[in-house]
Ligand binder design. Sequence first.
Ligand SMILES: Nc1nc2c(ncn2[C@@H]2O[C@H](COP(=O)(O)OP(=O)(O)OP(=O)(O)O)[C@@H](O)[C@H]2O)c(=O)[nH]1
Ligand SMILES: [Mg+2]
Length: 303
Amino acid sequence: MQKKSGFVPILGAPNAGKSTLLNAILGQKLSIVTAKPQTTRNRITGIYTKDNVQIVFVDTPGILDPKYKLHQFMKREIESSVIDSDVILLVIDSSKYHRDAFAKMYNENLQSFEGHKLFCVLNKIDMLRKEEVLLMISDITKNFTVDEIVPVSAAKGFNVKELVDTIVKYLPDSEFYFDEASVTSQPEKFFAAELIRKRILNFYKDEIPFSVYVDIEEFIERSSAKDYLRASIIVERDTQKAIIIGANGAGIKQLGESSRRDIEEFLGRKVYLELFVKTKKDWKNDEDFLKRNFNKLGTSSTE
Ligand SMILES: Nc1nc2c(ncn2[C@@H]2O[C@H](COP(=O)(O)OP(=O)(O)OP(=O)(O)O)[C@@H](O)[C@H]2O)c(=O)[nH]1
Ligand SMILES: [Mg+2]
């Protein structure tokens, strides 16, 4: 049978449910999800392969006005995910739909949508009544040019299969880009860092989660012993370092244990995890630091 394959970036405002949608499509917790906006920082490739179809989804950071250099790097991740894409999914939190806010995002990104098929994915419809969803669909139809409008609940898995079926209709005939067994193109150490960051997003309050960068400094696979992982949690200020470590190291100990369990579950094997906390002043605005680290993560969607 003729193969069909294409690239499908998942775009939208912070917290719209983009990563939840990717995970729902893949049936796997690949991209970290939290209740906090700005959870995703890199583009994350999630490869869906079934029969003669392969869809390379690319989860992206939420669209926002850059305040730090980090945000500029995140924005570039979004922009590069759109180039060469076949269908763009623009995900909206339908429980927060406002025409003006949607119009702003739509118009600001119109140029990058050009030449691509555009789907408007109305997510979180489990929070709405049916009539409200219908009204929203008619409002979008009247005011915007999109190729499809698909209501879903990524969290409940509602209409997700139908979304995938609709995407397939727009895919070109093409050989697969990735091996049929691949689920992602990112290295394992990227996901290890993300799982540690997810725990930090959930454990600590206020600005701490947004000031944290997790760097996997060493990842050694060992046949005779557990894999060895050394991770550095990089924060912006010494006060943040003290908060993460906690009284008598209780914070870092708990963080280490829970992250280790998450990583073991993800990798399907035991690991030995060592965590360190380091201060790097204002890393969010440090171009060299960001360049080095974004490159190191191998988040390129075509790698
Ligand atoms: N009720 C409901 N909540 C959802 C749904 N999809 C996602 N959420 C919740 O919305 C929040 C944000 O989800 P994410 O998937 O992290 O959102 P995101 O768009 O990837 O966010 P960023 O990475 O920060 O841009 C989480 O608390 C999810 O559980 C849904 O269909 N229904
Ligand atoms: Mg996300």
